[in-house]
Design a protein around this ligand. Structure first.
Ligand SMILES: NC(=O)c1ccc[n+]([C@@H]2O[C@H](COP(=O)([O-])OP(=O)(O)OC[C@H]3O[C@@H](n4cnc5c(N)ncnc54)[C@H](O)[C@@H]3O)[C@@H](O)[C@H]2O)c1
Length: 325
């Protein structure tokens, strides 16, 4: 298989590449390295520094490498920043996705796997299934919603099947010790806690404690990045075999509040202090996955679905990158 991963120098993309390499595929990575890192790029892949806003480059990559499957990960993903800089997010996440889809015209691409987000659902009561009417609240969520729309819209016209993967929150790092989350700007709770866990006087901000949730803080469903990357392989195999488009939630089906996660950290880092701040624009109160459709589709069991394991893995990675120059 000839595979293109846009954003493959990023956190999740690098984990997908690591698992695909073991399956002897030819992998092309396109990344502008804005929030991606050269050291996350697997040496067995072909790396092209470039941007999804460069239409000509996209067409030439798809044709030159006869790409059959695309994992489209490249995007900006800071929820608060998206509220402030809508145009920046529109150009990258919406227009960039559209460029890539249009480049699929007359190409050998048959599978298009898109990194979407549970934020397309908006606030939910209880767990959320794929059939729920979409109600994106913030601008980042809106860009993912529009991305999904375009992926669906062009699929018949350009003759590819798609998988829309709606990730919940992603954390942890590969057991190989070679890759993990480096970028600090995304505002991810477990990454921030892992950074703090190495400090003498650790402090963590909690944005909003007046949400209509069990303890007033936001509730999320955290998935280990290795399991999430593995789902991408399943998704590709499914599209190759069944040749039918699908939409699926990628979460474990269990919601943890910010306070619960912080308290787990506190067990090992007793002097962790908490700073309560205003709600972050674009954040929703609660979202966690209904996993029924996923189970029916893939009949797969996660290997890393323990919150303690996820947190430990994030801390170990943080320790590692703090010692390596
Ligand atoms: N991390 C999460 O919890 C989470 C949750 C839901 C959805 N997602 C989605 O998963 C995808 C990957 O996220 P991640 O956590 O790995 O983030 P990341 O920032 O590590 O990866 C994104 C990569 O895309 C690259 N990129 C951005 N704009 C680009 C452009 N115009 N051209 C080429 N490359 C570009 C960046 O340099 C980076 O390497 C994103 O689409 C994100 O929206 C992530």
């Amino acid at each position: 298989m000839n595979i293109l991963i846009t954003g493959g120098a990023g956190y999740i993309g690098s984990h997908i590449a690591e698992q695909l390499i073991n399956k002897k595929n030819k992998i092309i990575i396109l990344d502008n390295l804005e929030t991606g890192f050269k050291k996350l790029i697997n040496k067995k892949t072909i790396f092209i520094k470039g941007d999804i806003t460069d239409k000509k480059k996209l067409v030439s990559i798809l044709n030159q490498y006869k790409i059959e499957t695309i994992f489209h990960m490249a995007a900006y993903l800071n929820v608060s920043e998206a509220e402030k800089y809508k145009l920046k997010y529109k150009r990258n996440n919406i227009q960039g996705t559209k460029n890539l889809l249009i480049a699929c015209k007359n190409s050998s691409v048959r599978n298009f796997i898109f990194s979407s987000s549970c934020s397309v659902y908006g606030n939910v009561k209880g767990s959320v299934s794929e059939s729920k009417k979409l109600n994106p609240q913030g601008y980042y969520a809106y860009t993912k919603y529009k991305g999904e729309e375009f992926v669906k819209k062009y699929s018949k016209k350009f003759n590819y099947n798609y998988g829309l993967l709606r990730y919940f929150n992603v954390a942890g790092a590969s057991n190989s010790g070679k890759i993990g989350e480096i970028e600090k700007s995304h505002g991810h709770l477990i990454k921030n806690l892992a950074i703090q866990s190495l400090k003498k006087n650790p402090i963590i901000s909690i944005y909003g404690n007046d949400y209509p949730t069990k303890d007033g803080t936001c509730v999320r469903d955290y998935m280990h990045v290795v399991d999430l990357a593995n789902i991408h392989i399943l998704a590709m195999n499914y599209l190759n075999k069944v040749k039918k488009s699908f939409i699926v939630n990628c979460g474990y089906g269990k919601g943890y509040s910010v306070k619960q996660i912080v308290n787990i950290f506190k067990k090992n880092k007793k002097n962790l202090s908490i700073k309560y701040e205003k709600r972050r624009p674009g954040d929703i109160a609660q979202v966690y996955s209904n996993t029924k459709k996923f189970q029916n589709l893939f009949k797969w069991k996660p290997k890393h679905n323990s919150i303690n394991k996820i947190i430990k893995s994030a801390i170990n990675w943080e320790k590692k990158i703090s010692t390596v120059k």
